[in-house]
Design a protein around this ligand. Structure first.
Ligand code: SAH
Length: 368
């Protein structure tokens, strides 16, 4: 399961495939490599219980999928954006956010995105390609490694401490790259000890993908980027709604809830004058309440291709109060990483690809 046009990387291989590669080695080698990489989260080169020649041979055959291009920090060092180059030159970003008792990793599932939501920077750039499972998994391993030993000495339901959450809220639509995303989820859960309740798949509402998720054994959290609760408006700001309209989406979410017994959450970017009136709140409440969904309100983050402004703080408070009066719980999401374009919907790394391909190294938007 590799990206088109690229040879597999180490994390593209499942355990059985790695076992085939290690055929002829003592049986315990597979455990050493697999546990070293995923349970202990150490780079291949540091697995000193494995002979150096073998580490080198594996490394040459299956080189890393990602190269770190740059990191940028904000929020007094608690938010860090990582820019990764894929082997074919495409760029993706992931964001690490540290909170008092948890660390959240926001990762990308595609280079670019085909969903074309009008307010989203990734959607404004368009779609390049799906990421492979290795490219997804390496974002987590690489980010934790960059974050240092405190994150590495880990944190899972088995070893409580600062919990790690992985959220598919970076670039791309995870349910449009289902196979690789699910293989990555299984790696996080089965091999890295990150519990299903600490893994969130966020979708703009790709119904066939939601149905597949509902049929999986692992009950991951499901977030849906709703932003509008009437088809007229949603068709405009999230065009996938023309394919998967709100009524059908509600039905698939009800099925998911029934199957997985997990609370669904709705993301709602607060866009001044577009979706932030009391009437919008009433519509959202009518949609969310039968699904017992929780609502996250995110002040719109400015993006280059979208002229609108975030709703004023007072309007957001009023909107939340209105939801509450209709029996729907809402949280106003703290905005992390705005100053480094690392906040929701601001990831737009492939803008840099053209810069790199020209070889001119012009300053990127993110650096200006
Ligand atoms: N495609 C998936 C994963 C992307 S998650 C999805 O749509 O859920 C990124 C989240 O940020 C989504 O909830 C998205 O709607 C939201 N978002 C995108 N652009 C934004 C912006 N400019 N301001 C605030 N939130 C935004």
């Amino acid at each position: 399961m590799t990206a088109p046009g690229t040879d597999p990387s180490l994390c593209d291989l499942g355990r059985a495939e790695l076992g085939e590669l290690l055929d002829g080695e003592p049986a315990y080698r597979l455990d050493q490599v697999w546990d070293g990489l995923y349970r202990q989260r150490r780079p291949l080169a540091e697995l000193t219980n494995v002979p150096k020649s073998l580490r080198q041979a594996i490394g040459e055959l299956l080189p890393p999928a990602l190269t770190l291009v740059r990191t940028q920090s904000a929020d007094r060092g608690t938010t860090t954006k990582h820019l990764w180059s894929l082997r074919d030159g495409h760029l993706v970003e992931s964001v690490l956010m540290r909170y008092r008792n948890r660390t959240t990793l926001c990762i990308s599932s595609q280079a670019g995105c085909a969903m074309a939501c009008s307010f989203c920077a990734t959607g404004q750039v368009g779609f390049d390609r799906n990421l492979s499972v290795g490219e997804i998994v390496e974002q987590v391993l690489g980010t934790l490694r960059e974050a240092g030993s405190d994150e590495r000495a880990i944190k899972s339901e088995a070893a409580p401490g600062r919990a790690i959450n992985v959220v598919f809220m970076g670039m791309g639509e995870p349910l449009a790259n289902y196979e690789a995303v699910w293989a990555a989820v299984e790696r996080f859960h089965g091999d890295m000890g990150i519990g299903a309740r600490h893994i969130t798949v966020s979708t703009v509402g790709v119904i066939p993908g939601i149905a597949r998720l509902a049929a999986e054994a692992l009950p991951v959290n499901l977030a849906v980027s709703l932003h509008a609760a009437n088809d007229r408006l949603r068709n405009r700001i999230a065009p996938i709604n023309r394919t998967y309209p709100l009524r059908d989406l509600a039905r698939s979410l009800a099925d998911y809830r029934r199957a997985k017994r997990r609370r669904i959450s709705f993301e709602w970017a607060m866009i001044g004058g577009i979706n932030d009136t009391d009437r919008d709140a009433a519509e959202l409440a009518a949609y969310a309440r039968p699904l017992a969904a929780h609502v996250n309100l995110i002040p719109l983050n400015p993006t280059p291709g979208y002229g609108h402004q975030p709703s004023p703080a007072g309007r957001i408070e009023q909107f939340a109060a209105e939801l509450s009066s209709h029996g729907v719980n809402a949280t106003v999401r703290q905005n992390r990483g705005t100053s480094i374009d690392a906040a929701c919907g601001q990831l737009r790394a492939d803008k840099l690809v053209s810069v790199r391909k020209d070889g001119r190294g012009a300053r990127s938007r993110a650096e200006r």
